[in-house]
Design a protein around this ligand. Sequence first.
Ligand code: FE2
Ligand code: FE2
Length: 201
Amino acid sequence: MPNRSDAWDLMREFVQDSGLRRHMLAVSAAMGWYANVLGGDVATWETIGLLHDFDWEIHPDLDRHPIEGAKILRERGWDEETIRVILSHYTAGTGVPREKPIDFALLACDEITGLVIATTLVRPSKNIAEVKLKSIRKKWKNSRFAAGVDRNHVEEVTADFSRECFAGSLDLWTHIGNVLTAMQGAADVLDLDGRLASPEA
Ligand SMILES: [Fe+2]
Ligand SMILES: [Fe+2]
């Protein structure tokens, strides 16, 4: 059965854009963090995060992503459960509902990573270790900042995740704090450890 290093290779084969790679690595880190908390298999959850948008560069629209990507995964020998979870992150297009904790986690971790990354990259230091939840909260309130991050959608999918996996006790800002912590733990692979700072900064 393909594993995390196969996912890494596949992602690098299909995704050249560093931003999209970083997105998937960020979701992977958040998924691993939640696998630990929820008793999931960390490698499996990280693998799903790493793979979920692998076909976005070749299928950059929701008519094709992720449904056409799933066909490639199947051809490459990926298991049906992995493919099912990936299809569940866009139920409207695939008809595959979210059912399991890993499905709810994936969608809850997906878009919010974009706000955390953007909040880090506007800092001169480009160092996620310095990012506080309160800076993200400020950026959240500014709807023009990282406007592609649909705040209402994030609220909805976090509420679903909370209801399904935390008996309703996971509030939005605890969740965002968890995602931040997970991403801080992966700062080096995300290139968010300060290496992107310009020399004079
Ligand atoms: Fe996606
Ligand atoms: Fe995504």
